[in-house]
Design a protein around this ligand. Structure first.
Ligand code: PHE
Length: 338
C-alpha cells in the first residue's frame, strides 16, 4: 500500500491543471467517490493492524495534498488573469474617497481657531496624570464625593496615577508655571469609566479654556462664550446660562445654545426644548489659584470646558456617539475636508 500511496503522490504532483476541464478531470480521477484515493481508503481494512497507524497518516496526507492542489487551482482559474490575487483585481483604479480629516478633528480645529482669533494659545499635557493635577489642585478634597462625578481609570491600582478625566489638568500645569496673564485652550483626549452607549463613551475629547488676569469677570466669560457660540453655530445663535456646580469654579454654570437644527422650535436633537447643553464654565475658585501659586487677591479668572463629540453630534445631527470610534468608511466618507 505504501508504494501505491507514493505513486499516487507523484501522479498528483505531475497532473497539470490549466483549464476548468482539467480541474474536473483531476477531481474525478483522484477525489470523487469513485476516484483512486477513496478507493485506497476502501483497501485500508486489509492493512495489518500494526501498520494501520502509519498507513492511516500517509493516506490522509495524500488526500489533503490532492485537496489543496484542487483548491489552489480553483482559485487561480477563478481570477481573470490567472494570477494569484485571490479574486481582487489590483488593476482597478482606487476608490472615490480620497481620505480626509475625522469629524472630531474637523470640529476641534474649528473650535481651536475661533479661540486663537481671540488670542488664546493651545496647551497640551499628559494623558496619564497624578492626583494633584487631575483632582487636588482643582479643589477636589480627598474622599470628597465630587470625585465620583468623574469615574476614574486608575493605573495599576495606584491611587496617585490615573488617566486624566478632563483636560483641566492642563490648566493646572500651565498656572503652575506662574506666567501671567494666562489665556489658553487645552484640547485633548480624556478617559472616564463609563458604560459605552449612544450618548457616552469611556474615551472622548474635550476642549477646555482658561483666562486668568487682573479684573477678569463673569461678564468677560459670558461675552467670550457668546462670541464662540455665534462663530461656531451661526450668527442667529442665542445662549443661556444655568447655575451648576464644579469644585474648581465658583460661581459655576452650564451653558445652552439655542438649537441650530430647529431654530428653537423644538426637535429631537434638543429634545423639544429649543436648547442644547454644550459646556460647563465658571469663575476659577480662589482655592485653585492659590494651589497653583497665584495670588487670588490680585488675580481672577474664568474657565470653561466642552466635549468635542457632543458638539460634533449637534453640528452634524448625529444621534450615536459610537460612530466616531468605529472608523466605518461609510460614515467617515461624509466628512471630506481640506
Ligand atoms: N472639567 C469639567 C468637566 O470635565 C468642565 C469644566 C471646565 C467646567 C471648566 C467648568 C470649568 O466636566
Amino acid at each position: 500500500m505504501k508504494t501505491k500511496i507514493n505513486q499516487l503522490l507523484q501522479e498528483v504532483d505531475a497532473f497539470v491543471i490549466n483549464s476548468k476541464e482539467r480541474l474536473e478531470q483531476f477531481r474525478l480521477h483522484f477525489l470523487s467517490k469513485k476516484g483512486v484515493i477513496p478507493a485506497l481508503f476502501n483497501d485500508f481494512k486489509l492493512v495489518a493492524p500494526d501498520e494501520r497507524k502509519t498507513m492511516g497518516m500517509l493516506l490522509n496526507e495524500l488526500k489533503n495534498h490532492a485537496q489543496e492542489k484542487l483548491k489552489a487551482a480553483q482559485e487561480t482559474l477563478d481570477t481573470p488573469d490567472g494570477k494569484h490575487t485571490k479574486g481582487i483585481d489590483i488593476t482597478l483604479p482606487a476608490g472615490r474617497f480620497k481620505g480626509g480629516r475625522h469629524p472630531i478633528s474637523i470640529v476641534r480645529r474649528e473650535i481651536n481657531s475661533i479661540f486663537e482669533r481671540l488670542g488664546y494659545v493651545i496647551s497640551e499635557g499628559p494623558e496619564i496624570e497624578d492626583d494633584f493635577h487631575n483632582f487636588s489642585a482643582l479643589n477636589f478634597p480627598p474622599e470628597h464625593p465630587a470625585r465620583d462625578m468623574q469615574d476614574t481609570f486608575f493605573i495599576q491600582k495606584d491611587p496617585d496615577v490615573a488617566l486624566r478625566t478632563h483636560t483641566s489638568s492642563v490648566q493646572v500645569r500651565v498656572m503652575e508655571q506662574g506666567k501671567l496673564p494666562v489665556r489658553i485652550i487645552a484640547p485633548g483626549r480624556v478617559f472616564r469609566n463609563e458604560a459605552i452607549s449612544a450618548r457616552a463613551h469611556c474615551i472622548f475629547h474635550q476642549i477646555e479654556g482658561l483666562y486668568v488676569d487682573k479684573d477678569v469677570s463673569f461678564a468677560d466669560l459670558k461675552q467670550t462664550l457668546f462670541y464662540f457660540a455665534q462663530e461656531f453655530f451661526g450668527p442667529e445663535t442665542k445662549i443661556r446660562f444655568r447655575p451648576s456646580y464644579f469644585p474648581f469654579t465658583e460661581t459655576s454654570a452650564e451653558m445652552d445654545v439655542s438649537c441650530n437644527i430647529c431654530g428653537g422650535e423644538g426637535c429631537n436633537i434638543c429634545k423639544y426644548s429649543g436648547w442644547v447643553e454644550i459646556l460647563g464654565c465658571g469663575m476659577v475658585d480662589p482655592n485653585v489659584l492659590e494651589a497653583c501659586g497665584i495670588d487670588s487677591n490680585t488675580y481672577t479668572g474664568f474657565a470653561f470646558g466642552m466635549g468635542i463629540e457632543r458638539i460634533a453630534l449637534v453640528k452634524y445631527q448625529i444621534n450615536d456617539l459610537r460612530l466616531f470610534f468605529e472608523n466605518d468608511l461609510r460614515f467617515l466618507e461624509q466628512f471630506e475636508s481640506l
